[in-house]
Design a protein around this ligand. Sequence first.
Ligand SMILES: [Zn+2]
Length: 97
Amino acid sequence: MARQRLHSFNLPTAFCLRCGYAADAATNILTSGGPKAGDLTICISCGALARFASDFSLIPTSDAEAFAHMTPQQRQVIARARVAVASLKVPPHGTKH
Ligand SMILES: [Zn+2]
């Protein structure tokens, strides 16, 4: 499989609803477009899912809710992203860098 170039976007600071991690950027792992309201996001510290609100704050989203509307291939993307997040070992309550 060809490697895809990842596209990152600066965002207003938002706090993970599970671990409190303060994030001010997001990387799109599927397309080159920027995030929009309703898109799923994965916390880089703990792997929690959330959805972006229109102001890029985070809306709580359970795995069951998110996975109910996904194809098996989309669930696999989430699982692989979580493996990548776990390997980064980003401490909770920190900020990037
Ligand atoms: Zn988190």
